[in-house]
Every structure is written in structure tokens, then in C-alpha cells.
Ligand binder design. Structure first.
Ligand code: DGL
Length: 354
């Protein structure tokens, strides 16, 4: 039976629906998800495997397809930048990722960026982006402690939260952020402090806020220089200098410091206590300094900060203190800072300010 008026009505209804969908999409922010691998893209053999799995397996399009709720939050596009476990991240990976982020945030049709990442070195990448990407747009780094195949997997909610924050105007100007386990942390401050629980990421100075059911609750903002206020710019960086970390402990010898000092522009000393340097190691560090290697005292102790000229004569030895940065974060800042020819005094200013 032929009902032209009915067909016309159905066609009109379909057109209305399409128009309203387009209108809604035009109102939503545009967020790009840059995927790099990790557990958030991991897969285990069974739902009981929350810790035994293969990282970096699930492609970004599948991650997005598996989370339809984000289509109500933002217009989301995915790019697979890498597919690696983050313990294998290299300086080249950092440069490629940061340059992609920098290019995207310059686009007027991009409102925010999410980077999915393994949790092992997530804190290093987040801090690197915080130092070198000149933007006020939200950049949110996110991972998970359990693969999506596991019971009580945390990746889906972490990613949903990350897209929400990246799509939020109130997340602008706060530097690079990390959303894990309902918290919004500063990419500068946050560190992986528990290696086998979903409550893995902590900032010793506290989270910036929380995100609950897609709503951001802010309680503080960063005071250190970052992103748009940074003197460093990924667009002007083509390579990163070698900076290595030497871990200290009782009965330590200079062997590691001597070996690392051969090729490094800076050595991060992961010292005992307040970044203390064993008597057996002092002469080696003095020689490295005399040879032009920067010596930066951090601490293996996760909390507090290293005091300048307390137990160690930093002024006399021309050494730098990492302030509250742990050794892996101090390495990131030293690499970025030493893309410029800085004296130890200049470098110390950078460590005070960033
Ligand atoms: N291989 C580790 C990584 O990619 C897995 C840890 C994780 O992503 O949670 O960082």
C-alpha cells in the first residue's frame, strides 16, 4: 500500500533527528585520544587475571567503541601513536608524542587531549608534557592498573573521567592532569606509589580535585610553572640530552656514578635520607662536576624535599637540589632544562620554579 504523506512524514522525522544529532555534536567539545599502549589497552586470559595479562594489545578505536558513554561528553577521535608497554618508553617516544600533542592543541577544532598510557612511566610523560607543551587547553594522561578483561577493571571509568576532564573548560590552565581512581592529580606532582592496587597514583601535596559521575570538584591549583607559562617549548626541541639516575644505599661504591657519568649531561643522585651522598661517592661527583656534568641531588625517600646546603655543601660543590621532585621526575626536568646551556645556578632556578 502506498502512503506518500506517511513516507514524507517519516522522511521529515528522520531529517529532524539527523539535524538534532548534528546540532548536539556541534555543541559538544572535541577531544582527541592519543593512545600509546599500557594496561589500559591490555588483555588477560580470564576475568580473574587482574595482574597477569599482556599490556598494549587493544587498539584505540576498540577502547573508544567499548565506552559509548563518552559520545555524550565529547566528539571523540582516536589516534594510535604507539602500542607499547610504558616501561619501554624512550626519549624519542616522548618527543613524538609531545610534538603530536603540540600540533593538535593549535587546532581550533580541538578542545582537549587525552593520552592513554602505561602506568609504569605515566608520571614521567605527564611531567614532560607539563613542561614543554605551550597550551592552556586540558591535557589529561590516563592509565589503568587492571586490563579491561578483568573483574572490576578500572580503565573504563578512568578513561571516561579523562575525557570529561579534557572536555571541561574548568580544567583549562591547570597544567597536565592525570585522572586515576576518581582523583584529578597534577602531572607534575603525581607518582605511581603502589604497584598493584587501583589506588596507585598519589601526589604528596594532595590531589587537585576529584571527578564523580562526570563532574569535576576542584580543591586547589598548581603553583609551579607549566604549559603556557613554561620557558620550554617542544616545537623548539629536537633531541633530549642523556640524564641518568644512580640509586644510593648502604655500602654504595662510585662504580655506577663513574659509568653513568661517562655519557650523561647530568646525574640524578637518588640519595638516602635528604639526598645524602656517601663519603665514598663525593670525590666521584666532584670530578664529574669538574668535567661539566651537572650533579642533581634527589632522594630515594618518596616524601618531603631535598634541602640545599643542609648536610651537603651544594654551594661549595656547585651541585643542584631537586627540591620535591623524585629521581624520575628530576631526570625529566633536567633533560628539558639542559636542552639549553645552563649553569648550575640557572639549573637550580629551574628546579625551584618547575
Ligand atoms: N607494563 C606496564 C606499563 O605499560 C603495565 C602497567 C600499566 O600500564 O598499568 O606501564
Amino acid at each position: 500500500m502506498y502512503f506518500p504523506s506517511r513516507i514524507r512524514a517519516l522522511a521529515a522525522g528522520a531529517a529532524l533527528l539527523a539535524a538534532s544529532a548534528i546540532a548536539q555534536a556541534q555543541q559538544l567539545p572535541n577531544v582527541v585520544i592519543l593512545a600509546t599502549g599500557g594496561t589500559i589497552a591490555g588483555a588477560g586470559a580470564s576475568a580473574a587475571n587482574s595482574a597477569t595479562y599482556a599490556a598494549a594489545k587493544v587498539p584505540v578505536d576498540k577502547l573508544i567503541a567499548g565506552l559509548p558513554e563518552i559520545s555524550k561528553v565529547a566528539n571523540v577521535k582516536g589516534e594510535q601513536v604507539f602500542q607499547i608497554a610504558s616501561e619501554s618508553f624512550t626519549n624519542d617516544n616522548l618527543l613524538v608524542l609531545a610534538k603530536r600533542v603540540s600540533a593538535l592543541v593549535k587546532q581550533s577544532d580541538v578542545d582537549g587531549i587525552v593520552v592513554t598510557h602505561g602506568t609504569d612511566t605515566l608520571e614521567e610523560t605527564a611531567y614532560f608534557l607539563n613542561l614543554v607543551v605551550r597550551t592552556s587547553k586540558p591535557i589529561v594522561v590516563v592509565g589503568s592498573m587492571r586490563p579491561g578483561t578483568a573483574l572490576s577493571a578500572d580503565g573504563a571509568l578512568n578513561l571516561y573521567d579523562a575525557v570529561n576532564v579534557a572536555a571541561s573548560k574548568d580544567a583549562m590552565g591547570k597544567g597536565v592532569l592525570v585522572t586515576m581512581n576518581d582523583e584529578i592529580n597534577s602531572g607534575r606532582d603525581v607518582s605511581k606509589s603502589i604497584n598493584i592496587k587501583t589506588e596507585a597514583f598519589k601526589s604528596q601535596w594532595g590531589a587537585l580535585g576529584m571527578i564523580v559521575e562526570g563532574k569535576n570538584y576542584w580543591f586547589r591549583a598548581p603553583v609551579k610553572r607549566h604549559t603556557a607559562q613554561s620557558e620550554f617549548n617542544i616545537d623548539e626541541i629536537t633531541t633530549l640530552p642523556q640524564v641518568d639516575i644512580a640509586y644510593s644505599y648502604g655500602n654504595v661504591t662510585p662504580t655506577a656514578y663513574e659509568a653513568l657519568g661517562k655519557g650523561a649531561k647530568a646525574i640524578i643522585h637518588a640519595g638516602t635520607g635528604n639526598g645524602s651522598v656517601a663519603a665514598a661517592v663525593v670525590p666521584t661527583l666532584q670530578k664529574l662536576r669538574a668535567d661539566g656534568v651537572q650533579v642533581i641531588r634527589s632522594a630515594r625517600v618518596p616524601g618531603g624535599f631535598v634541602l640545599r646546603n643542609a648536610e651537603q655543601p651544594d654551594d661549595k660543590y656547585d651541585w643542584v637540589v631537586a627540591h620535591d621532585l623524585n629521581p624520575q621526575k628530576a631526570r625529566i626536568l633536567a633533560m628539558v632544562a639542559l636542552t639549553k646551556p645552563l649553569s648550575a645556578a640557572d639549573l637550580q632556578r629551574v628546579f625551584w620554579e618547575y
